[in-house]
Write a protein that binds this ligand. Sequence first.
Ligand code: SAH
Ligand code: SF4
Ligand code: F3S
Length: 440
Amino acid sequence: MSRAAPKSFHVKSFGCQMNVYDGARMGELLASEGMAEADADSADLIVLNTCHIREKAAEKIYSDIGRIVKRADTAGRGKPMIAVAGCVAQAEGAEISKRAKAVDIVVGPQAYHNLPGLVRAATAGGRALDTDMPALSKFESLPRRRKQGPTAFLTVQEGCDKFCTYCVVPYTRGAEISRPWHALIDEAKALIDNGAVEISLLGQNVNAWADGGRGLHDLIEALAALPGLARIRYTTSHPNDMADGLIAAHRDIDKLMPFLHLPVQAGSDRILKAMNRGHDVAGYLRLIDRVRAARPDIAVSGDYIVGFPGESDADFEDTLAVVRAIGHAQAFSFKYSPRPGTPAATMGDPVAPEVADERLQRLQALLAEQQMAFNRATIGKRCEVLIERTGKRPGQMLGKSPWLQSVLIDGGAIGDLVTVEITAAGPLSMNGQVRTPAFV
Ligand code: SAH
Ligand code: SF4
Ligand code: F3S
């Protein structure tokens, strides 16, 4: 049975920054088809851009679908068209169609450029599914970037060939691909034309980006030469792709912000081996030393997994020891979640949930302490803050320091880069006062 074509859309993204990027591009695509952006309560088409990385992330989607249907019922309007996009769509496309009848469209992360056609198919009354993984073709057929805020994401590399034994990304995003140099320079220029002052380069292994002998540092250097762009960031990196040139870029390129997200995952070589990380603890720590030699004030972030199969008390103590050795400005930590189809899911020797919980709490307490210490150490520093949005109080603005701290200041406008003196530190945000820079 056919239905009215949707006139408005709402995209909700879960998961990593790449999903946020994909969500923005889906929005631009639907807008270019003449649809208007609307809020979740009134949109004719709702795109749930899902994440599969941990169990909770995937489960959320079913409760979300239930909520959308119920809300439409209560409001006495027809159920909106529902599209499930992202990594859950890729991993469980058929399963979603079976389990959630309300879903009209399932579209994977490499196929969302086909969304308009899928919407037409669903409008004609069918259920539409596309989880093909053609390398790069989505980027070639998406519309030009549109107006947005002062900070923008730019996917430069996608997919992963590392196959860490716990991780679904190589399956949901496919093999590692690098987007071509010229496409990236063009997209960066379009973002700057539309108001971007900062660009964050994204990739599952962003530092594996390569094109014709050029590496990520070459791309960063070229972007740094673009007028109008003040800041460059990149995430997420893998230790084995941390090239000398990229480390040197942290010393040589002012626009490259002093922040590095470089996950080590665990502090025990035995566990790193079982995770198939391809590096050991000593090698990781040597890398951090070299990066700090190049850029002494760099803020180091990371990811940790606790409760991986076979992780002993001693292994976990090794993780705490590595965290102490590094001294993070911030870091993410997760309880291991077995993912269907990954090698670790069938490894046996699971860690009891209450043990994993306790380890996570201890790790998070240590990381919170380190974050507070890092934040305190920036009190009194002068730095540039890029204003991203308004704060809670009238006149208050919120921006980011070079070290990616949230800084609350009075005055300035969204998109301004202001010189600020950091005056106070909290666990999650800083206070600052705008200062006139001496060189003006
Ligand atoms: N490509 C990036 C990010 C991968 S996903 C990288 O390699 O760093 C982000 C983080 O989620 C990972 O770094 C890891 O810490 C965590 N993660 C991935 N799979 C997980 C799982 N099965 N259980 C718990 N945490 C997981
Ligand atoms: Fe997952 Fe490992 Fe690839 Fe990161 S490097 S995306 S953790 S498989
Ligand atoms: Fe999640 Fe897929 Fe990103 S699984 S973390 S949305 S790559």
